[in-house]
Design a protein around this ligand. Structure first.
Ligand code: COA
Length: 249
């Protein structure tokens, strides 16, 4: 367990709040393990109808902790980041995200696996994998070209261009863009609590049906990307870029 993830229970809703403000909610191995465990428990707890993932009204997450990437890089599909993302992928219950401020790297990628995403219009999303000498992860190389077309997805994944919450909603990455972080969180909470008045099994089965056609393909792509990503982390290109971030001051 770590204080950097706060678990809050409100009736049938479990909120997972990223809470590491001094490091812009950058995700450590301990945080991934805690998120994975919470998702597992939520899925098996009959009292929980939905899970909400959020940060603060200023920042969702700056992505994977870069010092962790250097000191303890994920080495295989059993690493905590895979445990978290595979539990997110397999979660039977609806997962809702409320996003404001920066959502970088896995902070953007994870949204592709949530069911509902409410985001502030001025949120800043970015997947700077190539810029860091890395490559796309968790099926973003499959999902984004399908969603946006190759040409637009290439701008995001081959150049690492950033985009806004408003664009994310227009492109179908987010459900709705709202005026600010508080509004995004309020809307996400309101919609997440709606699952309480819906028949839980019907919701779970419907989600499963929506995910089923691509399930095997997505898992295969995640494995292929994961192998390359873990190799890239040890490459001279990535080591130089990641150390550059750490030593930038
Ligand atoms: N890992 C580790 N530490 C991080 C981090 C990350 N991914 N992102 C930010 N931090 C730390 C900074 O080092 C800084 O720590 P310090 O105060 O001890 O020096 C602190 O968080 C604040 O970050 P700062 O960059 O000063 O905030 P900002 O508001 O100017 O910018 C971001 C916020 C998120 C845009 C910027 O921090 C950023 O681009 N981070 C890197 C994100 C990234 O490349 N992630 C991808 C991983 S694949």
């Amino acid at each position: 367990m770590t204080d950097a993830i706060q678990l809050e229970r409100e009736r049938g809703l479990l909120t997972l709040r990223l809470n590491r403000p001094d490091k812009k909610n950058a995700l450590t191995r301990a945080m991934y393990s805690c998120l994975a465990e919470a998702l597992k428990q939520a899925d098996s707890d009959p009292e929980i109808n939905a899970v909400l993932i959020t940060g603060s009204s200023e920042c969702f997450t700056a992505g994977n902790d870069i010092a962790d990437f250097i000191q303890q890089p994920p080495s295989n599909l059993d690493s905590p980041v895979f445990d978290f993302m595979l539990n997110l992928l397999e979660c039977r219950k609806p997962v809702i995200a409320a996003v404001a401020g920066a959502a970088v790297g896995i902070g953007t990628t994870l949204l592709l696996h949530c069911d509902l995403v409410y985001i502030s219009r001025d949120a800043r999303l970015r997947m700077p994998f190539v810029n860091l000498g890395l490559c796309p992860e968790f099926a973003s190389s499959l999902i984004l070209p399908r969603l946006l077309g190759h040409a637009k997805a290439a701008e995001l994944l081959l150049l690492g261009e950033g985009f806004s919450g408003e664009q994310a909603a227009a492109w179908g990455i987010a459900t709705e863009a709202l005026g600010n972080g508080e509004a995004a969180l309020a809307k996400a909470r309101e919609m997440a609590l709606r699952f309480e008045s819906l028949p839980t099994e019907a919701v779970c089965i419907s989600k499963q049906l929506m995910k089923a056609p691509d399930r095997e393909l997505i898992r295969k792509v995640i494995e292929e990307e994961g192998l390359l990503f873990t190799q890239r982390l040890r490459s001279p290109e990535a080591m130089a870029a990641l150390s550059g971030f750490i030593n930038r001051h």
